[in-house]
Design a protein around this ligand. Structure first.
Ligand code: 2AM
Ligand code: CA
Length: 283
């Protein structure tokens, strides 16, 4: 491994470090699974069911994609822990844990809209180490390795520089559950007069990659699963974004704010005053 490399091995790339190996594997499997679901969808969707609500759908292709990724990981990394949105949950002894969203943006996939993605991240004890997000509709592959920057199709990407909230293009998303959507809609209504405009593309991982590439200034969303944001958040951070919870604190499982550094604190303040139930007092 890292310490045992000779200069010659380094030069010809015989030995690569763990992060490079995991990054390459994540990228390869994300692209393969993305191609699988695109091919499969050409013949239509014949089997789908619902999960948390009537509009939270899982198709046969979500399952097939997860199966392909899990088989690929088990073949090359048999001692790693695996967690996938569609039910994979296996422990491992290596200290590496994978988070897999086999189709992020399933509603887009269902309606044959662009922007859904395959999202794969590998975490070590102290957080995300590598992330890969493949977006079949554009053929774009976003990748990041902790401490080494973020890439789009192998080329470095950087977050934008918009400094004023009123100039910020902001993406968000809404939960599948009605009560949560009501709260999210309330906040959204208060937010839109204060920003340039809003986008709702329908896939957390893709939104985060857009912020990473400077195509969006801000992304925020609540009630996510860790597989929705694990890869995209690392990609955004490695592209220079700040990320965190809505209150600016370290990320937990369900909510993500990502913004360029100039906008992050401004967004934290805006999210606090647009919190449903927030009472600014009577002037
Ligand atoms: P999905 O397509 O994999 O279900 C849309 O707003 C984004 O939020 C998508 O990334 C979607 O992921 C995710 N999402 C919405 N509700 C979710 C939930 N209850 N659990 C996990 N992810 C959710
Ligand atoms: Ca999914």
């Amino acid at each position: 491994m890292e310490g045992s490399r000779t200069p010659r091995e380094e030069q010809v790339g015989i030995v690569t470090d763990l992060a490079t190996q995991l990054g390459e594997l994540a990228a390869r499997l994300a692209v393969a699974a993305g191609k699988l679901v695109v091919e499969g969808r050409k013949n239509g969707i014949t089997s789908s069911s619902t999960k948390s609500s009537d509009t939270d759908v899982v198709t046969e292709f979500d399952r097939a994609s997860e199966r392909m990724i899990v088989e690929g990981l088990r073949a090359e990394r048999p001692d790693d822990a695996l967690v996938g949105e569609e039910g994979t949950d296996s422990a491992g002894a290596s200290g590496v844990r994978w988070l897999i969203d086999p189709i992020d943006g399933t509603t887009n996939f269902l309606y044959d809209l662009p922007g859904y993605a395959v999202s794969i991240a590998a975490l070590v004890d102290d957080g995300p180490l590598v992330g890969a997000v493949y977006v079949p509709s554009s053929g774009e592959l976003f990748t990041a390795i902790r401490g080494r920057g973020a890439l789009l199709d192998g080329v470095p990407i950087h977050c934008g520089t918009t400094a004023k909230l009123e100039h910020a293009l902001v993406a968000t998303g809404f939960s599948y559950l009605v009560d949560r959507r009501r709260d999210q809609g309330q906040r959204f209504a208060e937010l839109i007069p204060k920003i340039r405009d809003i986008r709702r593309f329908g896939a957390a991982s893709t939104d985060l990659c857009h912020v990473a590439a400077g195509r969006l200034d801000v992304y925020y969303e609540q009630w996510l699963g860790p597989w929705d944001w694990a890869a995209g958040e690392l990609i955004a951070r490695e592209a220079g974004c700040r990320t965190g919870r809505f209150d600016g604190g370290p990320l937990d499982r369900t909510e993500v704010l990502a913004a360029n550094p100039a906008l992050f604190e401004q967004m934290v303040e805006l999210l606090a005053v647009t919190e449903p139930g927030h009472n600014p007092g009577i002037m």
